[in-house]
Each structure stands twice: as C-alpha cells, then as structure tokens.
Design a protein around this ligand. Sequence first.
Ligand code: SAM
Length: 273
Amino acid sequence: MAFRARRPRLGQHFLHSSSILDRIAREVGARLGPSELVVEIGPGTGALTRRLLGLGRRLIAVEIDRRLAAGLRAEFAGEPRLEVMEDDILEVDLERLIRERTSGRAVVAGNLPYYITAPILRLLFDSGDRISQAVLLMQKEVAARVAARPGSRDYGYLSVLCQAHSRPERLLIVPPGAFRPAPQVASALVRLAIEPRFVEWNVGNREAFLHFLQLCFHQKRKTLLNNLQSRFGRERLAELPEARLRAEQLSPERLAALWRCLSRSAPPESAGP
Ligand code: SAM
C-alpha cells in the first residue's frame, strides 16, 4: 500500500526491510501456541500484517489512523482471518477483546509508535493472563531500559516494571535506514515472555507494590531512605541496611523483599488531602 500524507506525530515510520519484517514474523511464530491469536499494534501500511497473516492465525490489527485503517481494509478485503480495528490502542480493553475472540491467549506484535511505548507496555501487563508474549520493535534506548539489570545506567522503574511481569529478551538491533522515513534513533526488537512474578515474590497487592517501586525510583540518585521516608518513617527505615542504598543498586527480587518487610509494618497509605 502506498502511503501519502504521513502523520509524524503518530510515530509513522514504516518498515521497508523485508529481512527484518520476515524476522519479526518468525519470532512471533516461533512461540505461538496452538489456540493463540495475534494482535498487531499500529499495522500502518500492512507490511508486517501480511507476514503475520502468513502464520495462519486470526489477526486483530489496531490502527488509529483512519486513512491507514481504510487502506488496510481495502488491501486485505476477502481475508477472513484479519480484523482491522480503527482505534487508539490505549483506549482498547485488550483483555476483554482477546477474551471475546478466543478461549486461548494472544501474542502481541508490532512496530510500535514510540511516543507511547511505556503506556503500551503497561496496557499489556494489565491484560491479565490473556497475553503469552509480545514481540515489539521499540527505540533502542528504551529496549536497553526494559532489559537492564541493577548497577547499569539504564536500570530504573521501567526495568523493574517489565521484569516483574515478563522475561525480556533483546533479539535484534534495527538501524534507522530500515524505516521510511528514517527515524532519528536506532530501534531494537524485543521479546517479552509474559510471566508475572508477584506470587513468587509474595508481594500481595500488585498495585501497592508498583506504587512502592515508583517511590523507590522517584529520585534515582537519592538513597531509599530519602525516597521512602515520607511514606515509612525515617526511624523504621534506618533499621534496614538497604535503606542506605539507591534503588538502582537493588535487583527486582531484593526490592520485593524490601517491600515485604516494610509493608508488614507500614501505616495505610493516605488517600490524599
Ligand atoms: N507496522 C507498520 C510498519 O512496520 O511499517 C507501521 C509502524 S509505525 C512505527 C506506527 C503505527 O502505529 C502507525 O501506523 C501509526 O498510525 C500507528 N499508531 C500511532 N499511534 C497509535 C495508537 N495510539 N493506537 C494505534 N495505532 C497507533
């Protein structure tokens, strides 16, 4: 499909490298369960869509741009396995959508609109157990943060959020020249095998734990004592050796252990003024 009147504000950088498009589809197919369907985020002009259809599964493609969605419907008319949804992916109740289409789960794939990568990840993680894996192209620097381990410059809240919900694996670096028009940044293909760790880490309420993590990383260069004292009290924190460290020095598992310890004795969170 030809593309005219591109809308840069929607992150419209279209992949034209056949070998990379083939590789993304292969990575999706490699771990596709027998009853799983595929959800594509931002199908654009349909180059990846065509390859994903080649996997032989039902495919739901969510595209916000009306003209592109109409173009996809025309291009793939007569393809019963494809459903094009013209919608903002962030407004889609993904869990419900998948539940209504299959008794199984879904694999999510896409060359993401980079301006909303973090909210898309959060949406995937909030979709219950309906997603088995996501194979996503994202900005290289964001991929580094997603997979970073403690002690590295890239490690932060996004790393712990992703690693609490999944096992991230960086698969491939993609240069700007693989897209039209070329973006100013390099990209990376990432697989997120969705495997929430909350039960294993015994952290209780997921939302409360995630809020705690946000507080831990609130000011990255400050110690946990500084970041957490308004919530847990200086005296209580001073008893804990971890409090002298910065959150970026602790693994997700150690942060979970700290939360278990603190949440046992924490006063309930204030509901605000
Ligand atoms: N998949 C195509 C490709 O690889 O060539 C296009 C990828 S392009 C980087 C991102 C696509 O996401 C664009 O088609 C854009 O219109 C679409 N998009 C942007 N924001 C969106 C949103 N909030 N919901 C759904 N699609 C969106």
